[in-house]
Design a protein around this ligand. Structure first.
Ligand SMILES: Nc1ncnc2c1ncn2[C@@H]1O[C@H](COP(=O)(O)OP(=O)(O)OP(=O)(O)O)[C@@H](O)[C@H]1O
Ligand SMILES: CC(=O)C(=O)O
Ligand SMILES: [K+]
Ligand SMILES: [Mg+2]
Length: 573
């Protein structure tokens, strides 16, 4: 095996510090091959275009349907990635991850499997809707699919939060508000059916807080009303922008062009109902908890210590949803304390003027990258596909922009939860991501982003330097893949932060770390039992991956490990 290795052996407290560079004698330092043959072959093969092409996920042996056992001697591979790798080659695997909100349109076993085959990396359940029983079924179904069919789909639970929202629509899936119609928003408890054109509101102080003349925005402005009269607990409003009212839609009210935050500003970010949902999520083993309407870092820290005290053997990542006016005031501090962030553009667009949403998105994506936190861009990416089978050109441009910003993940909401074309929507996200990523690589559009140091310890600094250097080397040498052996997943995420040109194969010992890595840009997570030495790990990985046809002799890889703090460059034997 041709190996060049660069090792930084991190000193334990009682050993002496030294760094070594070892090169096997037979191997000369030579200029890099201009283009690796495998890489150029892959680049010429079209991975996919805008036309839905589900066949890219099928392989000759129908791998997506093959069960993969988790024995100590084997490797757990995402069946979908495996098929994508075989089909498209290393360089053309998708780097942008995809999150799908699960709802009535996608909660069945077959629909969930279709999403997993279509490239869903994370399934999101929104606690604003549905019962615990419903959510439990979905979560268990995802787990079953992972176990039986070799997927590595992670589960994200999204809290309701205690902002003001409408109640259910008395059993109706939606209601149409027409221009000029008078609707009543009320906090009264109606015993039997709701009177016509009446909406129940979740927040008791509603009628006291609003004033005649205020503008009421449903779902971030999808429907608008003007408050015309207050009668006790009832608020009469005239519809000024018609549209569809959906159950439990968010409500905000504006006065003289500014968002009104009266007593509702005192509502807790995590309500008592949210705490019950969080307990439920912990018990069901979710991988991520996304916290709605985060206002400060304290709430994130509080939740993290709550989780740490309850799950000793595994971790749950806490994602801060950036969707409130207040979150923008403490943005950096919130992101720093969290394990990732979501640009939740739906509610965000109801709390700040719409024209500010794109710049906030760009800012959040950038801060997350700098602080090494995964970031999800969410809401209305393909909104028209709730009803229609093709996206608008503007939606495709929006998706492209998020991919171009190199966000870790894109999310479907209503498109997959209750739309008519969930799988097609996912196909559009997948093919636009692949196409834009490839274009970006071909055009060599590297943005020079300063990556400030994030490590707090000396050993952390070494890991960070190793990852930064390895990513640079990978681009320069045009290697086929970076291999990283990491127990905690940290070194994999540091590599992902560099957004290298080649995919990152992340090997980890834990299925839970593996699922959580599935949210991060460019990472292809595998589960593997580690040996104590790197040589054995590499040899076994090569032979397992070669057996599956995922790598070939001669492929050029750079391997890193957080156990040995080393960089090795080699051709697959
Ligand atoms: N579990 C569910 N059961 C029923 N309907 C659901 C469910 N999850 C989502 N939906 C439907 O899909 C729509 C979009 O989902 P989404 O998760 O974006 O919710 P949302 O109500 O807009 O809130 P959020 O701001 O938390 O995203 C919802 O408005 C709802 O109509
Ligand atoms: C995703 C979400 O919560 C929003 O966009 O509001
Ligand atoms: K929510
Ligand atoms: Mg929201």
């Amino acid at each position: 095996m041709a190996v060049q290795s660069l090792q930084f052996l991190f000193p334990l407290a009682h050993t002496r510090s030294f760094a070594s560079i070892s090169l096997p004698a037979h191997h000369n330092l030579r200029p890099p091959p201009l283009r690796h043959p495998r890489a150029s072959a892959a680049a010429h093969r079209s991975s996919s275009d805008l036309n839905p092409s589900p066949e890219i996920l099928k392989s000759d042996d129908g791998i997506a349907g093959v069960a993969i056992a988790a024995a100590a001697s084997s490797i757990d591979v995402d069946a979908v990635t495996e098929a994508e790798l075989k089909e498209n080659g290393f360089r053309s695997t998708r780097r942008t991850k995809l999150v799908c909100t699960i709802g009535p349109a996608t909660c069945g076993a077959e629909q969930l499997e279709a999403l997993a085959v279509g490239g869903m990396n994370v399934a999101r359940v929104n606690m604003c809707h549905g019962t615990h029983e419903w959510h439990r079924q979905v979560i268990r179904q995802v787990r079953r699919l992972n176990e039986e069919k070799g997927f590595a789909v992670a589960v994200m639970m999204d809290t309701e939060g205690s902002e003001i929202h409408m109640a259910d629509l008395g059993g109706f899936a939606s209601a149409k508000a027409e221009d000029g119609e008078i609707w009543t928003f009320s906090v009264r408890a109606f015993k039997s059916t709701l009177p016509e054109r009446t909406i129940n509101v979740s927040y008791d102080g509603f009628a006291e807080d609003v004033r005649v003349g205020d503008e009421l925005l449903v779902d971030g402005g999808m429907v608008r009303f003007e408050v015309i009269q207050k009668v006790g607990p009832d608020v009469k409003c005239r519809c000024t922008d018609p549209g569809l009212l959906l159950p439990r839609a968010n409500l905000t009210f504006w006065r003289d062009g500014s968002l009104v935050q009266e007593r509702n500003a005192m509502l807790p970010t995590i309500s008592s109902k949210d705490w019950l949902d969080i307990d439920f999520g912990i018990a069901e083993g979710v991988d991520f908890i996304a916290v709605s309407f985060v206002k400060s870092a304290e709430v994130i820290n509080h939740l993290k210590s709550y989780i740490a005290a309850r799950c000793r053997d595994r971790e749950i990542s806490v994602i801060a949803k950036i969707e409130s006016f207040d979150s923008l005031k403490n943005l950096e501090e919130i992101i720093r304390s969290s394990d990732g962030a979501m640009v939740a553009r739906g509610d965000l667009g109801a709390q700040i003027p719409l024209e500010q949403v794109p710049s906030v998105q760009q800012k959040v994506v950038k801060i997350c990258r700098q602080l090494n936190k995964p970031v999800i861009v969410a809401s209305q990416l393909l909104e028209s596909m709730i009803e229609y089978p093709t996206p608008t050109r503007a939606e495709v441009a929006d998706v492209s922009e998020a991919v171009r910003q190199r966000a870790d993940a894109l999310m479907l909401s209503g498109e997959s939860a209750m739309g008519q074309f969930p799988e097609k929507s996912l196909t559009v996200l997948r093919s636009v991501s692949l196409r834009i990523e490839r274009w970006w690589r071909e055009e060599k559009h590297y943005e020079a982003m300063d990556l400030p140091e994030v490590a707090s310890s000396f050993s952390g600094k070494i890991s960070e330097e190793i990852c930064n250097s390895a990513a640079k080397m990978a681009n320069y040498l045009e290697v086929d893949a970076l291999f990283v052996y990491t127990k905690s997943g940290h070194m994999a995420s540091l590599l992902s932060r560099c957004r290298p040109d080649c995919p990152i194969f992340a090997f980890t010992t834990s299925t839970s770390v593996r699922r959580r890595l599935n949210l991060q840009w460019g990472l292809i997570p595998f589960r593997l039992t580690f040996f104590d030495d790197m040589e054995n790990n590499l040899n076994r990985t090569f032979s397992l991956l070669k057996q599956r046809g995922m790598i070939q002799s001669g492929d050029l890889v750079i391997a890193l490990s957080d156990m040995f703090q080393s960089i090795q460059v080699m051709n697959v034997p």
